[in-house]
Write a protein that binds this ligand. Structure first.
Ligand code: GLA
Length: 385
């Protein structure tokens, strides 16, 4: 029995029926493309959220999360009600409650459950701690109630929970990679068809390493900027007469831009269309085993997010430039932006030098030192016990 199962037993007085886990993620490339029906290339982190769970005979959902101040939170399944945004010390409970709500809304027959949650995915670091919690909860309920849902269905329900219950208008990337990732691979996902391709991404044998640089600047997707970017993309797609910006081919970009009056809209479109192209090229390089050559595409993607999409922040820009000056092959912000983490592709033996250079640059600017960790592409959600 692992620590999460033991914690469950101490709290609820009986052992759990099982323990399920789902990871956080880093997006290698393909940012702000998922709500434009575009392409993404994320991979799962080794950090994950574990949920020990057991069914109840009534229709109560009890949830407890290690390290939160709110103790155990109880919700009656009959009274689950989206409140936007969830407030107060037990706001984290909206994620598992939202998953139960999304299952019930889809007429999936679940009963009550006791959940005990432990996570080492840092919250607010742009590493999808919320998707990890949603997907681990969804997988636990799926197994407990023998629902037989596919990973893709579970990811879609988890996203529905986040959109409609928690009130964050995210795309489907985070939940899909948390649910479906394969160890040692990046997930190439078409967010329109949800077609997946697992591309080998073995940095270690190529002598490379991926650094995750958490700027410790808290980002919040619930705030208006993310929704505003999304709306701008939808407006531009409508102006161009296409269902979504995914339908603007890279080769048609200049022609499409010439048809848009709004200069800001033009920048947003340029980011999305060039980013889809960068995902395509990065995928090809990975498939050809030319991992190092993907570096410049990462940095290009960052500049596009900084200048055209305007979702970076000074700390992310500094992480990218300092890592580059210390010899990184390429770096970029990852996730929604406005804070959170950057990703850097480096030679394995450059890790101490790059870490030091980035940290010193932060200190020089008067920023709190970043948290720098190495990340290896890890497995998606699974039952542990
Ligand atoms: C957040 C969202 C994702 C995606 C990224 C930006 O992580 O949850 O769906 O839109 O931002 O690429």
């Amino acid at each position: 029995m692992n620590r999460t199962a033991q914690g469950f037993r101490v709290l609820y007085g009986h052992p759990p029926e099982g323990v399920w886990a789902a990871p956080g993620r880093v997006n290698l490339i393909g940012e702000h493309t998922d709500y434009n029906d575009g392409f993404v290339l994320p991979f799962a982190l080794p950090q994950r959220t574990e949920v020990a769970a057991a069914r109840r005979t009534d229709r109560i959902l009890r949830v407890h999360s290690v390290g939160t101040a709110s103790g155990t939170v109880s919700r009656d399944l009959a009274e689950l009600d989206p409140v936007h945004p969830p407030q107060g010390p037990d706001s984290w409970a909206a994620y598992p409650a939202g998953v139960a709500w999304a299952l019930l809304e889809a007429d999936v027959p679940i009963g009550g459950a006791d959940l005990y949650i432990r996570s080492d995915v840092p919250a607010g670091a742009g590493l999808s701690s919320s998707a990890a919690l949603e997907v681990a909860t969804a997988l636990a309920l799926d197994d407990l109630y023998a629902l037989g849902l596919t990973r893709t269905e579970l990811a879609a329900l988890a996203r529905r929970a986040e959109n409609a219950y928690v009130g964050v208008p995210c795309g489907v990337m985070d939940q899909m990679v948390s649910a479906c990732a394969v160890e040692g691979h990046a997930l190439h996902l078409d967010t329109r068809t949800l077609a997946q391709r697992h591309i080998p991404f073995d940095c270690a044998s190529a002598g490379l390493r991926l650094l995750v640089i958490d700027t410790r600047v808290k980002h919040s997707l619930a705030d208006g900027a993310y929704a505003e970017r999304r709306a701008a993309c939808h407006r531009a797609a409508a102006a161009l007469g296409v269902p979504s910006l995914r339908d603007v081919p890279y080769g048609d970009l200049e022609r499409a831009l010439a048809r848009l009056d709004d200069p800001v809209g033009r920048k947003r479109v340029r980011h999305v269309v060039t980013e889809n192209e960068r995902v395509r090229r990065t995928g090809e390089l990975l498939r050809a085993g030319r991992l190092r050559e993907a570096g410049p595409l990462l940095t290009e993607g960052h500049l596009s997010l900084r200048d055209d999409y305007e979702v970076s922040c000074p700390e992310l820009d500094l992480a990218v430039s300092a890592a580059g000056a210390a010899g990184a092959h390429g770096s970029r912000m990852t996730g929604g932006g406005f804070g959170g983490s950057a990703l850097s592709l480096i030679d394995a033996d450059a890790e101490p030098a790059v870490t030091r250079a980035v940290t010193e640059a932060f200190v020089r600017e008067g920023y709190a030192p970043p948290r720098v960790t190495a990340a290896a592409p890890s497995a998606g959600a699974a039952r542990l016990h």
